[in-house]
Design a protein around this ligand. Structure first.
Ligand SMILES: Nc1nc2c(c(=O)[nH]1)N[C@H]1C(S)=C(S)[C@@H](COP(=O)(O)OP(=O)(O)OC[C@H]3O[C@@H](n4cnc5c(=O)[nH]c(N)nc54)[C@H](O)[C@@H]3O)O[C@H]1N2
Ligand SMILES: Nc1nc2c(c(=O)[nH]1)N[C@H]1C(S)=C(S)[C@@H](COP(=O)(O)OP(=O)(O)OC[C@H]3O[C@@H](n4cnc5c(=O)[nH]c(N)nc54)[C@H](O)[C@@H]3O)O[C@H]1N2
Ligand SMILES: [Mo]
Length: 929
């Protein structure tokens, strides 16, 4: 890359051809005022506000430094009187049109800070449009998180770029002309009624406080209540696997604002949960004292603690008593019946260090591998297929590679709701002209941006994907050289997919043959193709087969191991990648090393100093069954809510109620905690230090922003306390010590020390050296399998376990809403989020609703062979005919009472995405509601 030299304020400086004068000046330590220019990656400079004017020698007029590129030999001055005067004039004119600073809602906006630094508070010279009343436009309060005060708008269109170009939500545009130009939402709606998804990118971009966070304001949102912060902590978001880096602002030990930081996975972006969902940590429902079940408590299975005073069930206890009871209960079961009578669920919401300690406790302390976590309900089948096919369960490329791919497939995932910041990259890629292919039985917003959007029949993935493979084989679109060098099993695949012609599969999957052929050709023949997938692939009794087909597509075409290509199962929880890596699974020690291999087991026995269980343990749903069978009697559940998240809830809750001893460690009294004998109040994400690994294999550090509430304690310290309580001699004095022990047994973390993560904030594994960035792309030179080859495992057609019939004619499918997190434990206690989605719903498309003789908004009952649930009926055109969709976050309408617990034979994942159901009318809801 050629650099140019020019003179800036008398000094010779170098610049790359892409840099603006403004950027070079900032790099050199000179801050030029700016308003419309958003100083963040991804923002196009617009040069419309004139706040950043500079003098260029030999030019008659001043130049806007944010869009002007320097040229070789140019002489630029930022500090001339002419430039200074011009910039002041801009601020003075703008200030004259605004409400005075003392009266404006957001008086800390960038505009007022710049103005103050120039001693500008208004204008004596210019007539104020504001004072004449002409400009007063009132405040739009209709969005729960964001207020719009157009009196402060300078029409710089930073919000439009934020909404259209960065987040690609396309809600904000500019309406009106001249002096009346102003942002509009979906042309004319109040913000709260528009299609706005409340990501807050526009707030982060707005320089004048025309868009501002209500959370910083007084009760009536008219004056700024929080003028300054006690501290701003660099951390990561607690919600999804994208792993957005955050700046958490704290005042009086309360989080008052969360902003995006320039992390590798988010480049300052956030979504509604990350930005506005932080207040669950301050909920009055937080557990602040240890609890012990009362002797006279009602039986767990029979009650719904929403309607019972928790103090009729539990009594507060001292830490000493609670920890003693928690540990001795587990210990006595262990002594009586051995390790097979104990099981533990750890957490993908916690840190790597917590996950490592938890699996170590179960394995070392109880001599059992009965330790699992929500990954079993999540990507277990994807990981099973990936381990078998390519020898590693992690993604082969980061999702940001969508920007350099030519063809992007998104299948069985709904990233605009579930990985919203990752979705911004997919939408940007589509805008750049990349081919985006979205395959899903349910319509979704991403399809608006797609080149091909196939709404196929649920449960028919193998039919569709094998048809793609048929075309790849038949039309010889595969990469023969790549296969010869790197892949086994191609002959068997050829044989298998012979019968899967698009013409034969069109009927099965509901997509016409020509479209199937086009998609297959596009994927195979693009220079760089990448596949992203989610729960629509994995949560089936044939989830492993679904993933096998995707792996076969990548292996036959060689679309893996190069930038812009690869396989990326979008990981769900903020630390599900890390928790799995750390060994929170029943068949593997840390780094997926088999518990059944004697050599490996010996290594861990030496390290931990105990003999370990030689057999793999039971998985999540199997553990529930083993409780019913009387085999498992004691459990330790940390940061999971199986009473809401496991399938067949009546059966799952009966299991929890049957346990002789249940210890629950959480931040809330969850539906699972209702069943507990001892409840341990723990640390929320914002209160803890630890590392978290996102979907891109980026290990990032979360730093504590808050003190613990009440008597709550750190999760990791509680695991250590339980370990000591059952007789282990654990001594750890700091989280970093746990990390260092963990990294010493995990080859994947080689060259990634605690100090390095602390220093760099994010390090991708694997890394080749302590001072070299990690490898974003893996499998460039073969696979981590015995023979370095990837292997294709052909898949056969298998129907979902329970298909519709006369009694249950509909398909029930379950999933998520943008605003809520899983079982709602956190997000239903977050003010903004719960206001946006306040009640239990079931969604069907308007035609199906009519066919069923129902009315949108009414209460219905959804029934399956396992139970019935009441919910408000929502009309949603995205849901296919013959289907009902339910999110599983509402405890008043718990979808998992209905779901089918049948498991995929390999990944042991239940079929959350498909079972037979019917709906019944309950009553027409009160129209006034
Ligand atoms: N807002 C929010 N975000 C989340 C979460 C949350 O609870 N709330 N949870 C996080 C977690 S842990 C996870 S795992 C991810 C999950 O994120 P996703 O993988 O996006 O999960 P879902 O929305 O459950 O399902 C994805 C898609 O599968 C489709 N689908 C249903 N049946 C089939 C089928 O037979 N075949 C195919 N191909 N597709 C089908 C659905 O229509 C849906 O669009 O989200 C993470 N992000
Ligand atoms: N019907 C249906 N069911 C599903 C799915 C589906 O698509 N459909 N998806 C499945 C998937 S993919 C997943 S990942 C699972 C998720 O299932 P779960 O992991 O059980 O769900 P969460 O609500 O995320 O539970 C996290 C728990 O941890 C607590 N918590 C949060 N932070 C902390 C912390 O720092 N420390 C401690 N100690 N506790 C904390 C929360 O209060 C909450 O109780 O659900 C599965 N269940
Ligand atoms: Mo998940």
């Amino acid at each position: 890359m050629t650099t140019i030299k020019f003179t800036l304020d008398g000094k010779t400086v170098e610049a790359s051809p892409e840099e603006s004068i403004w950027e070079v000046a900032r790099r050199e330590g000179t801050r030029i005022p700016h308003l419309c220019h958003v100083d963040k990656p991804g923002y196009r400079s617009d040069g419309n506000c004139r706040a950043c004017m500079v003098d260029i020698e030999g030019e008659r007029v001043l130049a806007a430094s944010c869009i002007r590129k320097p040229a070789e030999g140019m002489v630029v001055r930022t500090d001339t009187e002419r430039a200074d005067k011009s910039r002041r004039m801009v601020f003075e004119l703008l200030a004259s049109d605004m409400r005075p600073r003392e009266e404006t809602p957001d008086n800390q906006s960038e505009f007022w800070q710049w103005a103050a630094s120039m001693d500008i508070a208004g204008s004596d010279r210019f007539e104020s449009k504001f004072e004449t009343g002409e400009a007063a436009r009132g405040i739009d309060h209709s969005n729960p998180a964001i207020a719009v005060n157009l009196d402060a708008c300078i029409a710089c269109n930073a919000c439009v770029r934020a909404c259209r170009e960065v987040q690609v939500n396309d809600v904000i545009g500019m309406g009106g002309r001249g002096n009346h130009a102003a942002p509009v939402f979906d042309i004319r709606d109040p913000m709260g009624k528009s299609t706005c998804v409340t990501c807050g990118e526009c707030v982060q971009a707005c320089p004048t406080g025309a868009l501002y966070e209500k959370t910083l304001m007084s009760e009536d949102h008219r004056t700024r209540a929080i003028q300054d912060f006690d501290r701003v902590v660099d951390s990561v978001c607690p919600f999804c696997g994208v792993g957005c880096q955050t700046k958490v602002a704290v005042k009086d030990n309360t989080i008052v604002q969360v902003d995006g930081r320039n992390g590798p996975a988010n480049e300052n972006r956030l979504c509604v949960k990350g930005r506005f969902g932080f207040d669950y940590v301050h909920s009055p429902d937080r557990l602040t004292t240890p609890l012990i079940r009362r002797e006279d408590a009602p039986k767990a299975g029979d009650m719904d603690l929403r309607f019972v005073d928790p103090m009729e069930v539990f009594r507060p206890a001292t830490w000493e008593e609670a920890l003693e009871k928690a540990a001795s209960g587990l210990k006595s079961i262990h002594q009586a019946d051995g390790g097979k009578a104990i099981a533990g669920f750890g957490s993908a919401k916690g840190s790597n260090e917590e996950a490592y300690l938890f699996q170590k406790l179960i394995r070392e302390g109880f001599g059992t591998n009965n330790v699992d976590h929500c990954t079993r309900l999540c990507h277990a089948s994807s990981v099973a297929a990936l381990m078998e096919g390519v020898g590693s369960g992690a993604v082969s490329a980061p999702f940001t590679d969508a920007l350099i791919a030519d063809c992007i497939i998104v299948i069985g995932a709904r990233p605009t709701t579930n990985h919203p910041v990752a979705a911004t990259y997919f939408k940007q890629a589509a805008k750049l002209g990349k081919t985006l292919i979205v395959l899903d039985p349910r319509r979704q917003d991403l399809m608006r941006h797609a080149t091909h959007a196939l709404q196929f029949k649920p449960g028919s993935d193998v039919a569709m994907l094998n048809a793609f493979l048929h075309v790849i084989v038949e039309e010889r679109l595969y990469d023969e050289q790549y296969i010869q060098a790197n892949v086994s099993g191609f002959e068997a695949l050829k044989e298998k997919v012979r019968d899967f012609s698009p013409e034969a599969m069109a009927e099965v999957c509901g997509v016409d043959a020509e479209t199937l052929r086009t998609v297959a050709r596009t994927y195979a023949t693009s220079e760089r193709s990448i596949i992203f997938w989610g729960m629509g692939i994995s949560q089936h009794t044939h989830g492993t087969d679904n993933s096998r087909c995707l792996i076969a597509m990548a292996l036959t075409t060689g679309h893996v191991g190069r930038p812009g290509t690869g396989l990326h199962p979008l990981r769900g929880q903020n630390n599900v990648q890390g928790a799995s890596d750390a060994g929170l699974i029943p068949m593997f020690y840390p780094d997926y090393r088999s518990v059944e291999t004697p050599d490996i087991r010996n290594e861990f026995e030496d390290l931990w100093g105990r003999s370990l269980d030689p057999a793999r343990g039971l998985t999540v749903v199997e553990i529930m069954d083993a409780i019913h069978d009387g085999e498992i009697r004691g459990m330790y559940v940390l940061g999971e809510n199986p009473a809401m998240s496991d399938p067949d809830q009546i059966h799952a809750r009966a299991a929890l109620a049957k346990l002789d001893h249940l210890v629950v460690q959480d931040i809330f009294l969850t539906e699972t905690a209702w069943h507990a004998d001892v409840v341990l109040p723990a640390s929320a994400h914002a209160e803890k230090l630890g590392t978290f690994t996102n979907t891109n294999r980026q290990v990032q550090i979360g730093r504590p922003a808050l003190d613990l509430p009440g008597e709550a304690r750190q999760d990791w310290e509680l695991i250590v306390a339980i370990a000591r309580g059952i007789g282990l001699d654990w001594t750890y004095s700091h989280v970093s010590e746990v990390y260092t022990e963990m990294a010493s047994v995990m080859p994947s973390l080689k060259n990634i020390s605690w100090e390095r993560i602390e220093r760099e904030d994010a390090v991708t594994y694997p890394a080749d050296a302590p001072d070299k960035p990690g490898n974003e792309i893996i499998f460039a030179t073969g696979f981590p399998t015995k023979n370095r080859r990837g292997s294709i495992v052909p898949a056969d057609l298998r129907a979902p376990d329970e298909v519709p019939d006369e009694e249950y004619p509909l398909v029930l499918t379950t999933g998520r809403l943008l605003e809520h997190w899983h079982t709602g434990a956190m997000t239903r206690r977050a003010g903004v989020l719960d206001e946006l989605e306040p009640q239990g719903i079931a969604a069907m498309n308007p035609y199906e609703i009519e066919r069923q003789g129902l009315t949108p908004g009414q209460m219905i009952s959804v029934l399956t062979r396992r139970g019935a649930v009441e919910a408000v009926l929502r009309a949603d055109r995205e849901v296919a005919d013959g289907m009902v969709f339910m999110p599983f976050c509402f405890n008043e309408s718990p979808a998992n009472r209905l779901t089918n617990p049948q498991l995929d034979p390999f990944g042991k994942i239940p079929e959350f995405k498909y079972c037979a159901a019917r709906v019944e009318s309950l009553k027409v809801a009160d129209a006034a509601e």
